[in-house]
Design a protein around this ligand. Structure first.
Ligand code: ZN
Length: 67
């Protein structure tokens, strides 16, 4: 339980969109979809903060700051 990789909670199967997902022991962090029998992992690559609209507005306000 002390793995340094954060596991991602998955709510829908990326292949068939069903919600019948169960964690499997191997490979670690993988999920089994009992609707389509696929076993898969979801990996977070990065968080692109430039793509968050709220963040953009926030930085805009900080930069502009003309009141
Ligand atoms: Zn599925």
């Amino acid at each position: 339980m002390s793995g340094h990789r954060a596991t991602t909670a998955v709510y829908h199967c990326p292949f068939c969109a069903e919600e019948d997902l169960w964690p499997v022991e191997e490979p670690r962090g993988a999920w089994e979809c009992r609707a389509c029998a696929r076993v898969f992992t979801v990996e977070l690559v990065t968080v692109d903060t430039t793509a968050i609209p709220g963040r953009l507005a926030e930085e805009d306000a900080r930069r502009g700051g003309q009141a």
